[in-house]
Design a binder for this molecule. Structure first.
Ligand code: PGA
Length: 307
């Protein structure tokens, strides 16, 4: 019969922990009291451990519980396992300690749909890092970058005239939105069919606006905004209220009440766009910034946009 290794049996850390306590106290009742468990559940864990090892670990002589030889071996082995785990814990805590400190992030407005999704697990992994997230439009974030105010930046239109490290993070497609029930909803369109629709746009200095202008220039189209609004949320509200159509990051639609807005199917859209993690090439990154870069640059299985 093939020998089964200890680690391939059904033994759990919980069983070993319980076993160690019973072995120390030589009493199931005492162990149950310390673990705040009922006596039968302690006995069950010991029985399961004995079963998975195929050996008796205790024997009852008179009223007293004794460790068998196998029990003594398992006790010594379990102590070593927990000592090794404690040591690992300490080394991880030490590594964590090195990545304490402050992390300052500058991000364009659409990135607020991406960055919190990265920060959630990052902060759980590095609880000692204090995060400051500064969100503004592209030109404001460029000003922060030029004044070296933050450790890292998230842009979808990184400035091209500066000496930067630029790492792609995720797609940020720009789509045409209209109020629900719009006469063009569900139809395949050309942009020319929409030129008479009032167009709501982000302000000059916005990365979204720049991406739209560059895309339109390629196609020979012109953007003539009827209304300029400095916030993605306010644009969505205005479109839903019937003031016109707009082009926004598809991510801004995630939390929109269904039935308020529709994405129009227009030739040449979505405008391909993408977020980048950006830092000065010559800047010496803090441990927290290094940790965040490593973290953000790992491709995630979780799609940013719900499928
Ligand atoms: P914005 O940035 O807020 O400047 O439009 C958005 C972006 O560049 O994705």
């Amino acid at each position: 019969m093939k020998r089964q290794h200890f680690h391939t049996r059904q033994t759990t850390f919980r069983q070993l922990e319980t076993f160690l306590l019973v072995a120390e106290r030589l009493s199931v009742t005492e162990a149950a009291r310390v673990l705040h468990l009922a006596q039968p559940s302690v006995s069950t864990q010991i029985a399961k451990l004995e079963q998975s090892l195929g050996l008796k670990l205790f024997e009852q002589i008179g009223k007293r519980l004794h460790l068998t030889d196998a029990g003594k071996e398992v006790q010594a082995g379990a102590r070593q396992i927990f000592a090794a785990l404690d040591h690992l814990d300490m080394r991880l805590a030490h590594l964590n300690g090195l990545t304490a400190g402050q992390l300052r992030l500058g991000a364009v407005t659409t990135a607020k749909y991406l960055v919190p999704r990265l920060l959630g697990p990052f902060c759980r992994q590095y609880p000692q890092v204090e995060v400051e997230l500064n969100i503004a439009n592209r030109s404001e974030v460029i000003r922060r970058l030029e004044r070296n105010l933050d450790d890292l930046y998230v842009f979808s239109q990184p400035p091209r005239h500066l000496d930067l490290d630029v790492v792609p993070l995720a797609d940020n497609p720009l789509v045409v939105i209209a109020p629900a029930g719009h006469r063009f909803a569900g139809k395949r369109l050309r942009w020319e069919q929409l030129v008479d629709e009032p167009f709501l746009s982000r302000e000059p200095g916005s990365g979204t606006r720049l991406a739209i202008e560059e895309h339109f220039a390629r196609f020979g189209w012109t953007v003539r905004p009827q209304m300029t609004i400095e916030s993605n949320e306010a644009i969505k509200e205005s479109v839903a209220a019937g003031l016109g159509i707009a082009i926004l990051s598809r991510h801004t639609l995630i939390h929109t009440a269904p039935g308020n807005l529709v994405e129009l199917d227009v030739e040449g859209f979505p405008i391909p766009n993408r977020w980048y993690l950006v830092r000065w090439r010559t800047k010496n990154p803090s441990p927290a910034a290094q940790a965040f870069s490593r973290f953000a640059e790992i491709p995630s299985d979780t799609p940013v946009l719900p499928q």
